[in-house]
Design a protein around this ligand. Structure first.
Ligand code: HXC
Length: 261
């Protein structure tokens, strides 16, 4: 993105806690929030997935705390949250981006394979929201859940992810209703096919990229920057009256009903 749309200090004084914040889409969101004034804590299962992003954010002059935690384990999440509060004093924004994915036919998927993705995506999202609740309540904070469009229709080989992300969307709506009274906004973003991400590498054989591009109404894959811009908007005061919404950022793709093929 050549032109900076949002003011570079729009998140000055804010602290963001971003899961899956080392790489891919949520890495981009973490970096974008930092570039717009936020202090950012990033978390992922492995510290080595966080270190390059932490270095990049710090190099650009912003503060970043990296903490390894598996979102499936509530105690680990609680520890990561309290480390962040110790370092930065509070949390205003939570971004849930940690996600699992692989292609597998439902008829071949083991119950543990199904459960693993639901545990990372859905239970992980709940764990982080729950552990951050006191901070969000105190600071009239907000939650941004990274979802998908796979479950709007039926997507072959994605039953586990579709079920998991449908659960994430339910969390977005339920928490928006329950926690609105504390001034907490809860929203989601549902990205379509985004290039240069681990998810796309796992889901789409390179030879199918061209035919899928033709099926996307805007005739291009999404870029991580597209999701960053949407996240900046949703987290910014410009979206102060938006809650309970999952914003689809997919170039119109899901409406064509063409899935990942
Ligand atoms: C079938 C698989 C499998 C595969 C794992 N399992 N990979 N089953 N096909 N390719 C099964 C295992 O056999 C096992 O079940 C169970 O899942 C748990 O496997 P583990 O390896 O023990 O789990 P773990 O290491 O905890 O996690 C594995 C993982 C995770 C879920 C695959 O490593 C992962 O997803 N990493 C990718 C991260 C990523 O790419 N995130 C971006 C997501 S993109 P059994 O029964 O054998 O014990 C995204 C966007 C979607 O979500 C939208 C796109 C348009």
């Amino acid at each position: 993105m050549n032109k900076q749309v949002f003011s570079p200090d729009v998140f000055e004084g804010k602290v963001a806690f971003v899961t899956g914040g080392g790489t891919g889409i949520t890495g981009g969101v973490a970096r974008a929030l930092a570039e717009h004034g936020a202090k950012v804590a990033i978390t992922s299962r492995k510290m080595e997935n966080l270190e390059p992003m932490k270095a990049a954010i710090e190099e650009s002059g912003s503060e970043c705390h990296a903490v390894a935690a598996d979102v499936r384990h509530f105690e680990a999440v609680e520890m990561a949250i309290s480390e962040t509060v110790e370092r930065f004093g509070k949390i205003d924004i939570v971004v849930n981006g940690a996600a699992g994915n692989f292609l597998c036919w439902a008829s071949e998927l083991s119950p543990n394979g199904f459960g693993t993705v639901v545990d990372i995506d859905t239970k992980g999202t709940f764990n982080v929201c729950r552990a951050a609740f006191d901070q969000l309540k105190e600071n009239s904070g907000q939650i941004l859940n990274i979802s998908a469009t796979l479950h709007y229709l039926g997507t072959p080989m994605q039953i586990h992810v579709s079920a998991a992300k449908a659960g994430v969307d339910a969390i977005t709506r339920n928490l928006a209703v329950e926690w609105g009274r504390y001034g907490i906004r809860v929203n989601g973003i549902a990205p379509g096919p985004i290039e240069d991400t681990e998810g796309m590498k796992r889901l789409l054989p390179p030879q199918l990229k061209e035919s899928l591009t033709k099926k996307i109404p805007l005739k291009r894959f999404g870029r991580i920057a597209d999701i960053e811009q949407a996240a900046l908007f949703i987290c910014s005061p410009a979206a102060a009256y938006i809650s309970g919404v999952t914003l689809v950022v997919d170039g119109g793709h899901w409406l064509t009903g063409t899935g990942l093929s």
